[in-house]
Design a protein around this ligand. Structure first.
Ligand SMILES: Cc1cc2nc3c(=O)[nH]c(=O)nc-3n(C[C@H](O)[C@H](O)[C@H](O)COP(=O)(O)O)c2cc1C
Length: 141
């Protein structure tokens, strides 16, 4: 059975390009053989990740990711059984959100900063979908 999971976390330090690269390297190697797809969105210190795939695989990966010391304050924002994927084209897509996305951030939140802790999981998902539909996410497989 397919599920979609969305969580937010804070980086234990500042998010650097090397850190993002290391995470994406793991994801793009491990996720495809397990049939996992998704998107990793981040700002200076916040990760917002959506995972889609078989329920057991998604649950297992989430539990592994949750123990990763590179981030903290994990909060599960959304979890649902799904009929179809929305991020099927991404082994693990990536998007860096910054001030240049102020209009999009203001559409879904009170401030022009990425703060998924302050908005609903559905609003964060809608924002991620808008990012992929406007081709602002990279790493399509
Ligand atoms: C924000 C974040 C997102 C991650 N996403 C994934 C992912 O999608 N797939 C993956 O295999 N590892 C991901 N990782 C890395 C895992 O936490 C873990 O380090 C990696 O899977 C290697 O695990 P292992 O060698 O102990 O099995 C992520 C880590 C962080 C901090």
């Amino acid at each position: 059975m397919l599920v979609r999971l969305l969580y937010v976390s804070r980086c234990s330090s500042n998010i650097t390009p090397d850190l993002v690269e290391a995470v994406l390297k793991s994801a793009r190697k491990t996720n495809p053989p397990l049939g996992l797809t998704g998107l990793l969105c981040h700002s200076d210190n916040v990760f917002l990740q959506v995972l889609e795939g078989d329920r057991d695989q998604v649950n297992f990966l989430y539990n592994k990711i949750a123990k990763d010391p590179r981030h903290k304050d994990l909060c599960l924002l959304h979890y649902e059984p799904i009929m179809e994927r929305r991020f099927s084209g991404w082994a693990m897509g990536q998007v860096s959100l910054s001030q240049t996305h102020a209009a999009l951030l203001l559409k879904y939140g009170a401030k022009p900063q990425l703060d998924p802790y302050a908005i609903s999981g559905r609003a964060s998902l809608a924002m991620l979908e808008e990012l992929i539909s406007s081709a602002q996410a990279g790493g399509r497989s």
